[in-house]
Design a protein around this ligand. Structure first.
Ligand code: ADP
Length: 466
């Protein structure tokens, strides 16, 4: 097993990895930017190294400095967390050539899946369904228009190197197409350094369903069922749950088998997620694979009772998978809300600042993964995730009630947060009924407005029997 793991990340995920290492009796190294001097990950790690100025490119994205920090502190492995360099194949390669273990897949595996157009082709070869679209990358608007006319409008133009909802544009019709196409290309070039794009039919009301995968170096790959991440804003996830209210055991088996087939085709090692769209008629389509731990991994942990981050570290050290799961070991229901320092009524504008009061919720089945505390200043340089609030219940109903009460007693003052918005979603009849899709918030813009009273009164407001 490793002696010392460096965490090339910040925020809650850095703390999450530190916790896992402590349980495995592994020493930890935190790296931090000048803006993160007072961050908890620097306090809880055994060693810490400042790797540069606040902007990510000068610190969390600076490969030579991170490698130097690992060498100086004698770390024998690097955990990349999510975001930053987690899906950077070159980083994974450099870590390995520096004789340090990368806690994640090989550079080649990241490359194979990082090109979404190529991943789509691989899925087609394996007879895993994909959304109707272009067979590969599309050169210019003229060629794109031909494909779009063939598959039918609306279409979505996606960056092959895309991620995080960037480099995607929807064209409703022929007229919108040329502009959407060139905007997607420009955005892709600016965000990912490549302007390669491909086309898919834009589904009207799909759900986002993803399968958690785990593979070891002994050739074993398993899936840990699905997460439903349909509540989104601009193609970015806000609320996730497991299991999905829309997936029964047969569908779970089918999507899970498809995901395992894909992971097996590249002999995948480590934690990964295969994302699908589930259409209203029950058909599912492969969208992309993320070759890292996801923000929303805790809902899977709560329903399976497995620590995915510890398992990631174990398999990176060459150990075989420590558990077997065959799709029927789910226990109860889990929901995660992403609490962001943003103002939903102002188009989710970030709200950096200093946290003046902080009181997290608690009680049975309540988990808060966060790096904030009273007095902490949220820097303006990074994403605005303040905390992940995760609840687990014996049933979806219990989990929902638990989430409502947990949100109601979650106190964060000093910055504007998404808590009131999340609380309104938890009381919306469609969410309660499990009837949501990725367009849910577009149809319910009043949920973003702070003045709206909840649609259904909070059950927690009823008197509690003695
Ligand atoms: P990224 O890699 O940027 O996260 P994805 O390909 O995973 O992009 O897509 C993100 C989200 O965009 C999906 O969860 C879904 O809401 C929406 N989306 C993507 N492709 C389609 C499609 N073909 N039809 C409808 N919605 C789509």
């Amino acid at each position: 097993m490793f002696k010392k793991v460096l965490i090339a990340n910040r925020g809650e995920i850095a703390l999450r990895v530190i916790r896992a290492c402590k349980e495995l009796d592994i020493h930890t190294v935190a790296v931090y930017s000048e803006a993160d001097r007072d961050s908890l990950h620097t306090r809880f790690a055994d060693d810490d190294v400042c790797i540069g100025r606040a902007p990510s490119r000068d610190s969390y994205l600076n490969i030579p400095r991170i490698i130097a920090a690992a060498e100086i502190t004698g770390a024998d492995a690097i955990h990349p967390g999510y975001g930053f360099l987690a899906e950077n194949a070159e980083f994974a390669d450099i870590v390995r050539t520096s004789n340090i273990t990368f806690v994640g897949p090989s550079g080649d595996q990241i490359r194979q899946m990082g090109d979404k157009a190529a991943a789509r082709k691989l899925a087609q070869k394996l007879k895993v369904p994909t959304v109707p679209g272009s067979p590969g990358p599309v050169e210019d608007a003229e060629a794109g228009l031909k494909v779009a006319e063939k598959i039918g409008f609306p279409v979505i133009i996606k960056a092959a190197a895309g991620g995080g909802g960037k480099g995607m544009r929807v064209a409703q019709d022929e007229e919108q197409f040329p502009q959407a196409f060139s905007l997607a290309k420009q955005e892709a070039l600016a965000a990912f350094g490549s302007d390669e794009v491909y086309l898919e039919k834009y589904l009207a009301r799909p759900r986002h369903i993803e399968i958690q995968i785990m593979g070891d170096t002994h050739g074993r790959i398993m899936h840990l069922c699905e997460r439903d991440c349909s509540v989104q804003r601009r193609h970015q996830k806000l609320i996730e749950e497991a299991p999905s209210p829309a997936v029964d055991q047969t569908l779970r088996q089918d999507i899970g088998d498809a995901a395992v087939r894909l992971a097996e085709a590249i002999a995948y090692v480590g934690a990964g997620t295969i994302e699908f769209l589930l259409d209203e008629d029950g058909s599912f389509y492969f969208m992309e694979m993320n070759t890292r731990i996801q923000v929303e991994h805790p809902v899977t942990e709560m329903c399976t009772n497995f620590d995915l981050v510890k398992e990631q570290i174990r398999v990176a050290a060459g150990e075989p998978l420590s558990f077997v799961m065959n799709g029927n070991r789910l226990r109860g229901h889990a929901i995660e809300c992403r609490v962001n320092a943003e103002d939903p009524s102002r188009n989710f504008q970030p709200s950096p600042g200093t946290i003046t009061v902080y009181h997290p919720p608690g009680g049975p089945g309540v988990r808060v993964d966060t790096h904030i505390y009273a007095g902490y200043s949220v820097p303006p340089y990074y994403d605005s995730l303040l905390a992940k609030l995760i609840v687990h219940g014996n049933s979806r109903e219990e989990a929902l009630a638990r989430m409502r009460q947990a949100l109601d007693s979650f106190i964060i003052e000093g910055v504007t947060t998404t808590i009131p918005f999340l609380s309104r979603v938890m009381r919306h009849p469609d969410f309660i009924a499990g009837r949501v899709d990725t367009k849910f918030l577009e149809r319910e813009p009043q949920l973003l407005q702070s003045a709206t009273p909840p649609t259904v009164p909070a059950p927690s407001a009823r008197p509690v029997p003695a």
